[in-house]
Design a protein around this ligand. Structure first.
Ligand SMILES: NC(=O)c1ccc[n+]([C@@H]2O[C@H](COP(=O)([O-])OP(=O)(O)OC[C@H]3O[C@@H](n4cnc5c(N)ncnc54)[C@H](O)[C@@H]3O)[C@@H](O)[C@H]2O)c1
Length: 196
C-alpha cells in the first residue's frame, strides 16, 4: 500500500521505517526540515536500535522518502497515519492541538482528492477524542464535497529502546473504526484491506 506518516518523531519514524521494510511505499511528513532531510539522506531522526539500518536500506531501495508538504503526501498515498505529539498538560489532560492542526491540513488536502482515503490515528488520545476532535475537524471545511474518508484509531504499543522489536512482535493489536463501511486491518502482518 501507499502510506503517509504524519509526524516523524519517535512513533512516526519507527512506523515509517518498519512499514517500508515490509514493502509498502511510505512518505513521511514533518514540518521539521531537519527530520525530513535526515530521512531523505537515509539517516534516522531518532536513536533506536535497528531503525538507522532499516531507514538507510529503504531510502536506498526507493520506497521511503520524506517531505514537508502534507498535501503532496496525501495525494500520493491511500492511508495516512497521524503520529503527531499529544503532550500532557499541567492538569493531566492531553494537549490535542497538534492533532487538530494536522486534521485541518488533511481536510484541506482531501478537498481535491477524488478517491477514498483512510485516516488512522496512532497518537495517544483519550476515548471519545476521535468523535469530539478528529471527525469534526476532518469534516470542518465549509462547502466541502467529500470524496469520502474512513477513520480508524489504532493505539500504539511501542517502547523506546525496543520499538522495532515491538513493531514486529506486538503483544496485541487494538483497532477501533467508526463507519458503516468495514475496515479490516491486520497490523501485525501489516496488511490493510478495505472492504466496500
Ligand atoms: N514515544 C513512544 O514510545 C510512544 C509510544 C506509543 C504512543 N506514543 C504516542 O504517539 C504520539 C507521537 O509520539 P512521539 O514520541 O513520536 O512524538 P514526538 O513529539 O517525538 O513527534 C511528533 C512529531 O510530529 C511532528 N508534527 C507536529 N505537527 C505536525 C503536522 N501538522 N504535520 C506533520 N508532523 C507534525 C513534530 O514536528 C514531531 O516531529 C504521541 O501521542 C505519543 O503519546 C508514543
Amino acid at each position: 500500500m501507499k502510506i503517509s506518516i504524519l509526524g516523524l518523531g519517535y512513533v512516526g519514524a519507527v512506523s515509517a521505517g518498519c512499514l517500508a521494510k515490509e514493502g509498502h511505499t511510505v512518505v513521511g511528513v514533518d514540518p521539521n526540515q531537519t527530520k525530513v532531510r535526515l530521512i531523505n539522506e537515509g539517516k534516522s531522526p531518532i536513536i533506536e536500535k535497528d531503525i538507522d539500518t532499516i531507514i538507510a536500506d529503504r531510502v536506498a531501495n526507493g520506497n521511503l522518502k520524506a517531505t514537508t508538504n502534507i498535501a503532496e503526501a496525501i495525494h500520493q498515498t491511500e492511508v495516512s497515519l497521524i503520529c503527531v505529539g499529544t503532550p500532557s498538560q499541567l492538569n493531566g489532560s492531553l494537549d490535542l492541538h497538534y492533532v487538530r492542526r494536522v486534521c485541518e491540513e488533511i481536510a484541506e488536502a482531501l478537498r481535491n482528492k477524488s478517491s477514498y482515503h483512510v485516516v488512522v490515528v496512532r497518537s495517544t488520545m483519550l476515548p471519545g477524542s476521535v468523535a469530539s476532535t478528529v471527525i469534526p475537524t476532518l469534516s470542518s471545511i465549509p462547502g466541502k464535497s467529500w470524496p469520502g474518508f474512513w477513520r480508524v484509531y489504532q493505539p500504539g504499543v511501542l517502547r523506546e529502546g525496543t520499538a522495532v522489536y515491538d513493531y514486529f512482535n506486538p503483544p496485541k493489536t487494538v483497532i477501533g473504526e467508526v463507519d458503516t463501511v468495514r475496515v479490516t486491518c491486520w497490523w501485525r502482518s501489516t496488511k490493510i484491506s478495505m472492504l466496500p
